[in-house]
Design a protein around this ligand. Structure first.
Ligand SMILES: C[S@@+](CC[C@H](N)C(=O)[O-])C[C@H]1O[C@@H](n2cnc3c(N)ncnc32)[C@H](O)[C@@H]1O
Length: 271
């Protein structure tokens, strides 16, 4: 049987320790920054697809006590491990995304971190996420960057791994009602590094902007019929407090990541 994750399906403790690295701490910071930008009403539900051992979601639960979080994860041992360490506003469901039953309430934000390259089909995952999500739901996905040759080879040859194809995912997402709000590249320091020296952190800040160097990509979507103005546009106006811009925009926020946002009316695939 194809593993859901990779070598560590039977060893949640080991996998959780591996996830405790600089890369994941930066992911957490980036995701937390975006969650803040979404300005979700108190008590909103945030769903993480492929929540693994709960490394990320349990931290987000502590950071955002006024939000509630649910993780859907097919490896039962990971779910038990995650639940054991969960704060009161975080719970877990043992299932694949595709088989997950409707939750008691619809999430207003979906997160997936390093997961979409594991799912059997993008269409299946997109459709399943659409069945669960509230109208206007945001989706922040972070995946390995296939434009980086080292990452590409690692994903192509690693046990249980695959590459993630953002353009294909974006095209299918549009068909399933997920509109692209933003996308970009991020991360340079590999997961083997726990605490990079300052000079390495500085190089990461510069290098992660370059598509062929970055280790990761992110995509941001919102779900539902067109409302005339994308959330990407709303966010940009919120952050910049300025005028309409007619092209992809680069801007840097507190987490230091430079982002491209998609302008209203612009075809996402042209960015
Ligand atoms: C690389 S791990 C990432 C785990 C976690 N997001 C993190 O960053 O620590 C990928 C996770 O996705 C889960 N996964 C694989 N296929 C899935 C599916 N169809 N639905 C939900 N989760 C899935 C795996 O079991 C695994 O825990």
């Amino acid at each position: 049987m194809q593993p859901f994750n990779s070598t560590y399906d039977d060893d949640p403790g080991h996998y959780d320790r591996l996830r405790d690295c600089w890369l994941n701490r930066r992911r957490e910071k980036f995701i937390a920054g975006r969650l803040e930008a979404y300005q979700l009403p108190p008590d909103s539900l945030v769903l993480e697809i492929g929540s693994g051992t709960g490394w990320l979601l349990n931290r987000l639960g502590v950071r955002f006590p006024r939000l509630r979080f649910a993780g859907v994860e097919p490896i039962a041992g990971y779910v038990a491990y995650a639940q054991k360490n969960a704060p009161p506003n975080v719970r877990y469901l043992a299932s694949t995304l595709e088989r997950a039953e409707a939750l008691a309430e619809q999430p207003r934000a979906v997160l997936s971190n390093d997961v979409l390259h594991h799912v059997p089909s993008y269409e299946g995952a997109l459709r399943a996420a659409g069945r669960l999500a509230a109208l206007g739901c945001r989706w922040l996905a972070i995946e390995p960057n296939c434009k980086n040759l080292y990452t590409f080879v690692k994903q192509a040859t690693g046990y249980g791994e695959q590459n993630f194809w953002p353009r294909r995912f974006r095209r299918l997402a549009r068909r399933e009602g997920w509109r692209l709000d933003g996308k970009g590249h991020l991360f340079l320091v590999p997961p083997s590094v726990d605490q990079p020296p300052r000079w390495m952190q500085a190089i990461e800040r510069l290098g992660e902007r370059v598509p062929f160097l970055a280790g990761g990509v992110y995509l941001e979507f919102s779900f539902g019929p067109a409302t005339g103005r994308s959330h990407g546009e709303q966010d940009r106006r919120h952050h910049e407090g300025r005028h309409h811009v007619a092209g992809p925009v680069l801007h840097s926020e507190d987490d230091g990541v430079v982002r491209e946002r998609v302008a209203v009316g612009q075809h996402p695939d042209t960015v």
